[in-house]
Design a protein around this ligand. Structure first.
Ligand code: NAD
Ligand code: AHE
Ligand code: ZN
Ligand code: ZN
Length: 370
């Protein structure tokens, strides 16, 4: 057992408590990682709010980290002590039906236990005062030390700054990947992006990389438009400034609708708007936002009959162990401006501030340094 400082979510809707937890050594196929830095994603806030059907408490949240391998369990071959890694909430075993399909990044090897807040053997490596604490999304990066399956870690070059490339563990990769892998936006296409947080702004980068001709940035917080413009958005729409449905506004702006749209908020009404602002015959809408348990999407089936397509994207369709190193390389070359996303940094003791800033609409990403 080692001691680790961690921000524990003891119950939904309560501030995280910074305590010293016990971390058990990695079992076979597992790796102990010292987290150097972690971003705070809206999904952490979503689970903390109690709206996540898979949310279990007490748990250690966090899934956007960067760290260094501290110890490896029996049989671990692809990683060694000292390697730099990014935890993956979407594992890549390379041998399950999903990994072998060539059609998805959604490896299922450890997904069932991960969704229950447990390691693949059905137990937790974390405890506090002798009581087990649940893992989260297979990552739990809000603990200085965490244990993950070997297949849930992407090895990255040692010269990549962990306090920046941690953002590639979720938000930035998700937004870029949704545009390039899921939608496969082509040169000259028109794109609408709903929600300009870490995910939506990264989707703008993806759209720019794909050479989209028009990138329409939509948010109810106009303060987000400055960075959106910096990253390449061409048009800016605040739904609060329009009396008609926002899909109608976008359809009028684009001679019938956009080629691609991305919902990066997690609001089912906005998901409908994002679908319905797509062009008849071919427009495709990608749902990235995570909506609360119990909510459902709706539209007239006619929208789909007349050629619009509704898709979803998890972690941008990216296979983490294989593809994440190339994202790190792009960030290293300056092709992915991670600094633009990091509006705040703080120590673990101040992690609750990161949630406040997110809810107040003041941050893009807060990065916690251990
Ligand atoms: P964020 O809080 O940083 O950003 C959300 C943005 O949406 C804010 O700028 C906010 O002002 C805007 N917004 C809120 N309501 C709006 C509305 N009605 N119309 C337009 N804009 C609105 O969040 P984030 O970290 O960027 O995450 C966005 C969503 O993506 C969340 O639901 C998160 O859970 C989800 N997510 C999904 C994946 C995935 O793999 N599918 C990965 C990461 C995050
Ligand atoms: N437990 C949640 C699942 C939410 C969800 O869809 N998560 C995304 C990643 S969000 C990262 O910020 C995802 O990868 N989904 C695919 C998967 O296998 O979970 C709920 O709502 O039930
Ligand atoms: Zn996330
Ligand atoms: Zn797999």
């Amino acid at each position: 057992m080692i001691k680790s400082r961690a921000a524990v979510a003891f119950a939904p809707n309560q501030p995280l408590q910074i305590v010293e937890v016990d971390v058990a050594p990695p079992k076979a196929g597992e790796v102990l990682v010292r987290i150097v830095a972690t971003g705070v994603c809206h999904t952490d806030a979503y689970t903390l709010s109690g709206a996540d059907s898979e949310g279990v408490f007490p748990c250690i949240l966090g899934h956007e980290g960067g760290g260094i391998v501290e110890a490896v369990g029996e049989g671990v071959t692809s990683l060694a002590v000292g390697d730099h890694v990014i935890p993956l909430y979407t594992a890549e075993c390379r041998e399950c039906k999903f990994c072998k399909s060539g059609k998805t990044n959604l490896c299922q090897k450890v997904r069932a236990t991960q969704g229950k807040g447990l390691m693949p053997d059905g137990t937790s490596r974390f405890s506090y005062n002798g009581q087990p604490i649940y893992h989260y999304m297979g990552c739990s990066t809000f603990s200085e030390y965490t244990v993950l399956p070997e297949i849930s870690l992407a090895k990255i070059p040692k010269d990549a700054p962990l306090e920046k490339v941690c953002l590639l563990g979720c938000g930035v990769t998700t937004g870029i990947g949704a545009v390039l892998n899921t939608a496969k936006v082509e040169e000259g296409a028109t794109v609408a992006i709903f929600g300009l947080g870490g995910i939506g702004l990264a989707a703008i980068i993806g759209a720019k990389m794909a050479k989209a001709s028009r990138i329409i940035a939509i948010d109810i917080n106009p303060e987000k438009f400055t960075v959106a413009r910096e990253l390449g958005a061409t048009d800016f729409v605040n739904p609060k400034e329009h009396s008609k449905p926002i899909q109608d506004v976008i359809v009028e702006m684009t001679d019938g609708g956009v080629d691609y749209s991305f919902e990066c908020v997690g609001n089912v009404d906005l998901m409908r708007a994002a679908l319905e602002c797509c062009h008849k015959g071919w427009g495709e809408s990608v749902i990235i936002g995570v909506a609360p348990a119990g909510t459902e999407i709706k539209t007239r089936p006619f929208q789909l009959v007349t050629g619009r397509v509704w898709r979803g994207s998890a972690f941008g369709g990216v296979k983490g162990r294989t593809e994440l190193p190339s994202y790190v390389e792009k960030a290293q070359k300056g092709e992915i401006p991670l600094d633009t996303f990091i509006t705040h940094t703080m120590g673990l003791d101040d992690i609750n501030k990161a949630f406040d800033l997110m809810h107040e609409g003041k941050s893009i990403r807060s990065v916690v340094h251990y």
